[in-house]
Design a binder for this molecule. Sequence first.
Ligand SMILES: Nc1ncnc2c1ncn2[C@@H]1O[C@H](COP(=O)(O)OP(=O)(O)OP(=O)(O)O)[C@@H](O)[C@H]1O
Ligand SMILES: [Mg+2]
Length: 335
Amino acid sequence: MKKLVDVKGLCVDYITFDGRVRAVNDVSFHIGQGEILGLAGESGCGKSTVAFSLMRLHRPPALISEGEILFDGKDVLEMDDEELCDYRWKGASMVFQSAMNCLNPVKTIEYQFRDIFEAHNMVKSKQEAIEKAKSLLRIVDIPEERLFDYPHQFSGGMRQRVVIAMALALNPKLLIMDEPTTALDVVVQREILQKVYELKEQFGFSILFITHDLSLMVEFCDRIGIMYSGQLVELAPSKQILDIPHHPYAQGLGGSFPTLIGELQEMKGIPGTPLDLSNVPDGCRFAPRCTAVQDKCRKVEPKLFQLNDKRWAACHFPVNLTHAEQAIDAVVLED
Ligand SMILES: Nc1ncnc2c1ncn2[C@@H]1O[C@H](COP(=O)(O)OP(=O)(O)OP(=O)(O)O)[C@@H](O)[C@H]1O
Ligand SMILES: [Mg+2]
């Protein structure tokens, strides 16, 4: 699968009165063309910060201090204003975490669609913009006559669908969805994601999907990355990450939510609290909460390494390894 996005060693700092807080530390991953990659992890672990970096939307006090973000082979961090304008919406577009509040409350939906088309010189007349906007509304199952309504005249789920339609307005190659369906009931949530999936199949774009709902993520994504304290600690095909986790944190996450089928199991949760990013200890950031912690974990920071062609983990003592993976792990441990 050809890489559409290739993130290498991304570091993002927030400059605060108490100094620099590294919210994203040395994060590397790729998203293939047409692939859905999920990002999961506790609140505050840096998921939205990564998403904002991909769009290059950070403003002070945030600073991308290291790394490279290649989109179709072009470095997003090196783009000038003109290239960036072209990249946003056409290359990558984003449905924000608070998508429902993204719409301008005093402008009609029609005005807001038209604004996008005109800003990118995509239409020659107002009528053309209206026709394009209507067809986008039809795609997300909203009657086209609603185009002239104000955001408050829509239900929450409809507003969310309008935002998704806007994100698709310029046929992006990458759609970033940061908790797009949070605050919606499960039926509407499923309808929306089903729709997005159908559109992805139709248009072939890639998706970066961020959510706290792990079961939804497993169902919707091809691969999932698990973040902890600003770092990517595991990356695996979605069907494997909860059943055969390699990182103790991914294992803990898997034990923290109930399954609807199978035997009744006691949920275990993960002891302790997330790390204070302004005071990061030596070694592995998960060590204070890890049930399998060893001396080395408190001294040496584990790097994300590749265990096979589909799996990466950042742990000195990964669990559930196959024989082949154990052999690779042994080499890494010696280094
Ligand atoms: N403007 C800011 N100034 C200082 N720190 C910030 C700022 N914005 C975010 N942070 C910090 O960066 C870290 C990562 O935040 P981010 O919003 O990326 O987390 P998240 O994983 O998306 O969380 P959630 O699941 O709650 O949306 C957090 O510790 C947060 O406190
Ligand atoms: Mg977030």
